[in-house]
Design a protein around this ligand. Structure first.
Ligand code: FAD
Length: 422
């Protein structure tokens, strides 16, 4: 019996790339279709992200990459990350002085890691391209799928720019489609026509915008540590009741920062086109930030970088028969306050392939192996196992916004902390 299957992965983000790696390392023929151009090409603008974004990578995501069986991937992850031992809360005392308060994440000193999302994605693509059974198709947009006949259609964008787009369409067959095409997933949309899917989508009243703290101007041969203006080993938080500002370290001495605030506040700050309202707002609510980001840079970032919404998505099931399964943001986009969106997506991949492997082994024992029937059982088990966890982490992510922007300062938090340390 030919055990080779054709796996088509939609989306070459971090989750789709890891899924392709898992599938390819099992010997299947893998094709990845990505809407955008190659993100390793400097002319490609990452979707929704201005430059690149730093993410918190936790054990959940690292473990999924460890199980991909690619030492080169883990070497990159460990070499290109900065450990963050806790959060650093910034505020102002009653007498006007600034303070910083470190709050460790773990009593045993374990860290989460700051990683450049684009760097991780590029490494995954580099490894995939070296594998003989993987083909990556950039500028290919999924436009249709038939999950009874296992056929998909793609618009081929021959010229990356929207204005000069010359598109043609191709048809592709597959045994299994893995949808990793993000929050606005086309795979999920087409799957809904076949599966009886429950679906819930919520936009919270918070927008986000990216800012940067530049490295300290030091001698070219200075150590990395000396380039950081604030502690590199913390996730920095300037809490506010209705909004917050955070900073995550990068491996060049800079910090990627994010302002989370209600849409009405963005509208207020935008009401003066010169941006003059932005620095006083930061001075009033995020003490010390204008000493780290000069006001002209704050204004420039506020104008240049998009003001983006935050969406939370739950759906069930995550698969249809033996044909299709959705993973990552396509299955459970969540608000970013728990730092687990990508981590949970990477974990989806590990759990999915554990279950597929288990059913493939059982299939081999049978007198008349049936790959499709075995895969259908595996995908049904995946949906049953994964959905309660996916929904739980979506809820935790929403709850953690309140924790990060307010509870880190509450008397109850301080009392708990005092008890822990006593
Ligand atoms: P995506 O990264 O969205 O990738 C989907 C890919 O599919 C894209 O490349 C897209 O071009 C492609 N695609 C879309 N439609 C099609 C189509 N029709 N055909 C072909 N291809 C298509 N997560 C963490 O774990 N830790 C954090 O600290 C963290 N911080 C965050 C901070 C912010 C401000 C935000 C917004 C998110 C954060 N996240 C974090 C979440 C994280 O960014 C996402 O969970 C992660 O990027 C999801 O990866 P993905 O591969 O599932 O989807």
């Amino acid at each position: 019996m030919d055990k080779k299957q054709k796996i088509v992965v939609i989306g070459a983000g971090p989750v789709g790339s890891l899924a392709a790696l898992y599938a390819a390392s099992r010997g299947d023929d893998v094709e990845i279709y990505e809407l955008r151009g190659d993100l390793r090409d400097p002319s490609t603008t990452p979707l929704n992200f201005t430059k690149s974004i730093n993410l918190a990578l936790s054990e959940r995501g690292i473990n999924a990459m460890r199980h991909a069986g690619q030492p080169k991937l883990i070497d990159h992850v460990m070499g290109a990350t900065i450990p963050m031992r806790g959060r650093m809360i910034h505020g102002k005392r009653a007498n006007g002085g600034l303070y910083e308060e470190g709050q460790d994440y773990d009593a045993h000193g374990r860290n989460i890691l700051a990683i450049d999302r684009g760097g991780l994605n590029k490494r995954l693509l580099d490894i995939l391209e070296e594998m003989p059974n993987v083909t990556v198709f950039f500028n290919h947009k999924l436009t249709g799928a038939d999950f009874r006949r296992n056929k998909a259609w793609f618009e081929v964008r021959e010229n990356g720019t929207a204005s000069q787009l010359r598109a043609s369409e191709i048809e592709v067959d597959f045994d299994l489609m893995i949808g990793a095409d993000g929050a606005h997933s086309a795979v999920r949309y087409h799957m809904m026509k076949y599966a009886r899917m429950d679906y819930e989508q919520v936009y919270i009243d918070t927008m986000w915008c990216e800012f940067h703290i530049q490295p300290k101007p030091v001698a070219a041969d200075a150590s990395l540590q000396s380039k950081f203006l604030i502690s590199p080993n913390h996730l920095h938080i300037w809490p506010g009741k209705e909004f917050m500002f955070i900073a995550i370290p990068s491996d060049d001495g800079s910090f990627t920062c994010t302002l989370f605030a209600p849409a009405s506040l963005y509208a207020h700050l935008e009401s003066d086109p010169t941006g003059s309202l932005v620095p006083p707002f930061f001075d009033a609510h995020f003490p010390g930030v204008t000493a780290l980001i000069p006001p002209p840079d704050l204004i420039a970032s506020f104008h240049r970088n998009p003001h983006l919404p935050l969406i939370s998505i739950k759906c069930s099931p995550h698969h249809h028969n033996a044909s299709v399964v959705i993973v990552g943001d396509a299955a459970h986009a969540m608000v970013p306050f728990y730092g687990q969106g990508m981590n949970a997506g990477l974990e989806d991949v590990r759990i999915l392939f554990d279950i597929l492997d288990k059913h493939a082994r059982l299939d081999e024992l049978s007198a008349a192996p049936d790959r499709a029937a075995s895969r259908a059982r595996a995908l049904a088990e995946y949906t049953a196992v994964r959905i309660p966890d996916a929904h739980a982490i979506n809820d935790l992510a929403l709850q953690n916004y309140v924790e990060m922007r307010a509870s880190v300062l509450s008397p109850a938090y301080r009392f708990r902390k005092w008890l822990e340390e006593a």
